[in-house]
Design a protein. Sequence first.
Length: 564
Amino acid sequence: MNQNINDLLVDENQSEESGKLEEKLIEIKNNELEEIVRQRAYSINLPYVNLKGFPISQEALSFIDVEKAKSLSVICFALLDKEAKIATTDPDNPQLKKFLKEIEENNKNVELFLSSELSFSHAIKLYENLPKFIPMKGGVSITKEDLERYKQDGLTFDKLDSLLKKADISELIAMLISVAIQVDASDIHIEAQSDGIKIRLRIDGILHVVSSLKIDIWPKIISRIKLFSGLKINITTKPQDGRFTINLEKDLIDVRVSTVPTNFGESVVMRLLRSSSVGLDFEELGIKGKSFVDIKKQIERPNGMIITTGPTGSGKTTTLYAILTKLNSTEKKIITLEDPVEYKLPGINQSQIDKNADYSFATGLKSILRQDPDIVMVGEIRDLETADISINAALTGHLVITTLHTNSASGAIPRFLAMGVKPFLLSPALNAIVGQRLVRKLCPYCKEEEKLDNDKLTTVLNILNKIPANSGSRLDKEELDNLKFYKSRGCDKCYGLGYRGRIGIYEILLMSKDIEAAIFDNKVSEYIIQELAQKNGMVTMIQDGLLKAKDGITSIEEVFSVTD
């Protein structure tokens, strides 16, 4: 028995020694191979690198995408501000030389190294651990504590500027995004300029400069942003688009990142799309009185067209989403065609156009109409083909809601006819046209009464006196004699801006026999259509804005600034 145990121990020891010997032989062989590659590197005047066990950062690895790395046998193992250290097993590859030239044309110096096939195979495996979109870390992820810290500090933009100047890159970006979320900014603009880096936040539609930083940290900032946005770090002369997501306790923020080349580097815009933004109810849009009753009646019709008009940034998409949310039910099939799909609406089929696949508004609309929808949303009517299909859909039992770029509701009809739409089809298809703008709301904490000078008061009274008597919004003499308007001086609650949030001002144009007759008689100038609409009780955008200013919601200055 003891002899058997001794025999087993001897066999085990011999097996272990044999394994160690085999490992030693492999190590010697590998070292010999590395030495051969080292000698070859010396002979062709290239530095040598052994990548096995080399600490390659995620930022360096992301500099070259995995497909390119495998096809060219190339990998970036170290990335500096103005230099990329790149290893290859095939330095004579003509495609590699072309690739390296492209990198250098993008203002990045390249130092090429020779590596062995063995060490390269170890390094290429690191891509397996690299996420497609590298999550923000090291203080870049936004926590509830981040938001509360800046809120409790009573942060002003001057203080933010001072804090950003002292922060490292990861903390700088985390702080900037945290503050942008805190002040409800829609966009973060980071721009390389001749004298430095300008950082601006778009708050309630207005850009505000919050910091100016030294230009020497620009490469680190742009590299960091590209890294967690899934963009190519080595491309600086072409526009790029990426994205990342921020998960908050009660909200999800999708951040769309856009970069474009400029004279002094690149311009970066990060657009913050909050999932909670689409929760705005139709009743909360700010449409008042008879106008609200009128538009509510029109969207409840089973067919026809509802059109929202206004320039970019006037809240048209928000209005469309609010209408869709109100109409959404299990009894109705709703399909949208958007460019792009910015927010996901539960229970609604959303489709995004793709120009590269010949999936335009016109071709997409033809396809979704074969899906037997009850309600169709078309992101924008840009051409005659889309207009014709939309109008025919409205005439054949579908409710179509869409947008058109005109300055007013009355301008939509001449715009359609200028496209080539047939008048006898347009009139019966239209239900209502909504003209709109967004105005900033006064901060309730620092709002105070404003005394208007005589000229401004006279102008305001003239506009309010023209509100149609049949609109339900006309003010009587006593109300006109006791008008009060307000302004805000700025406080800690509104970060010194005087405003917090925005609300829509609207004009609702309904089709009438007078307007239909004008279309058929080819009397369709914007002025004539507006005159007929007001005769039928339409309150104009500026009148709606002044009524909201009278109620202390916004200021006279804000109303005039968006309607002039």
